[in-house]
Design a protein around this ligand. Structure first.
Ligand SMILES: Nc1ncnc2c1ncn2[C@@H]1O[C@H](COP(=O)(O)OP(=O)(O)OP(=O)(O)O)[C@@H](O)[C@H]1O
Ligand SMILES: [Mg+2]
Length: 348
């Protein structure tokens, strides 16, 4: 039988077993819980997911497609690995930007085995033609293969085995509704409360083989922006501090000293957050200011400012989004040690 597609280019398809690249990635992988049981927090989501997976297993069919939506670092990739692990099936990993042509995706889906999980990270960034191919593959488990060129070209349907797509997105609003409608289960990940991050930090410390005092874990949790990835990153920096200072355990003083060195402030704001707030207050007189102007002023990609800084700044009340642009609230002015103008004080 002739080969219908070129092999998926290596960029667009990566098996999970691929060698991690750096020490930091090694510890990222080893800190990932691999069962629902060890996944910390998000109790409702976990209960829903458990029911959904148990039901599929009892019915003896691969589960419906799953969409995981939420800000960066809250556990979307982790959960997708957990789903495959809980189902005992292999997972293939690709992402929207890695798929340049519909053919890349066609070659991936046509090489899947029955029951396999296909994880598509940043699914909102799939090219339009690939999106359309995915609609059919997800709904009818079929791809249409074009044979020949020009007026004589015809399409041959190729039946696919049943598989489960797990899509992850930080920008659910950018997903076209036909694509969103093809997911049988959508999970929205939320920022984690301090108490859950504290547990997560103590668990990670265990995995990394370091002893962290409970109040040190608390100090770390309040500076972690409600985000597991940030919590793990701060923990690793504090571990470095403890190693260099020959500490046998991490105390809250060690956390405060280390984070001062790394310029993470008492509210968990880092240099970029402070740069954003400073630009708003000093260069734009508190706003309103548009995303592009603001990003250019701090020398950062608009997407980073929008998906990494803003959600936290808005949630913590440092910034307000209005139809006319972003506005620094009086909390932001006060945090920077500046006096808010009267109109800001009265409104925010
Ligand atoms: N609920 C959790 N319990 C324990 N660890 C977690 C949890 N959620 C996330 N983590 C840890 O946080 C790190 C980041 O999680 P993950 O990579 O899954 O985030 P993500 O939502 O996929 O982020 P992105 O949108 O940037 O891809 C992981 O290395 C994992 O160890
Ligand atoms: Mg991810």
């Amino acid at each position: 039988m002739p080969q219908l597609f070129n092999d998926a280019n290596e960029e667009s398809l990566r098996m999970v077993s691929a060698e991690p690249q750096s020490n930091e990635q090694v510890s990222d992988e080893e800190l990932r819980p691999d069962t629902l049981e060890t996944f910390i927090g998000q109790p409702h989501l976990k209960a829903q997911m458990k029911l959904f997976l148990d039901a599929a297993q009892l019915r003896g069919v691969p589960p419906d497609h799953i969409l995981l939506a939420g800000p960066p670092g809250l556990g979307k990739t982790t959960l997708s690995m957990i789903v495959a692990h809980e189902l005992g099936v292999p997972i293939r990993v690709t992402s929207g930007p890695a798929i340049q042509h519909a053919g890349d995706l066609a070659s991936i889906v046509s090489s899947l085995d029955e029951g396999e999980v296909l994880f598509i990270d940043e699914i909102h960034r799939l090219p339009r033609a690939a999106e359309e191919l995915l609609y059919i593959a997800m709904e009818d488990f079929r791809v249409d293969v074009m044979v020949g060129k020009g007026p004589g070209a015809s399409s041959i349907p190729l039946t696919l085995p049943r598989f489960t797509v797990i899509g992850a997105t930080t920008r659910e609003g950018m997903l076209p509704s036909p694509l969103r409608a093809r997911f049988g289960f959508t999970a929205h990940l939320d920022y984690y409360p301090h108490s859950e991050l504290e547990r997560l930090i103590l668990r990670s410390a265990d995995v990394l083989g370091i002893t962290v005092d409970k109040d040190a874990a608390y100090e770390l949790s309040v500076r972690s922006r409600g985000t597991p990835r940030v919590a793990n990153r701060l923990l690793r920096r504090v571990r470095d501090w403890a190693i260099v200072h020959s500490l046998s355990r991490v105390s809250s003083e060690a956390v405060l000293d280390a984070l001062e060195l790394y310029q993470i402030d008492s509210e968990g704001l880092d240099r970029l957050d402070i740069a954003v707030l400073t630009a708003m207050c000093k260069q734009f007189a508190g706003g309103p200011v548009g995303l592009n102007n603001l990003s250019a002023m701090v020398g950062e990609e608009a997407e980073t400012v929008e998906t990494v800084c803003e959600p936290y700044l808005v949630r913590e009340g440092f910034m307000a989004r209005t139809p006319r642009g972003r506005i620094a609230t009086s909390k932001a002015w006060n945090h920077l040690g500046l006096t808010p103008p009267d109109d800001v004080t009265s409104l925010f």
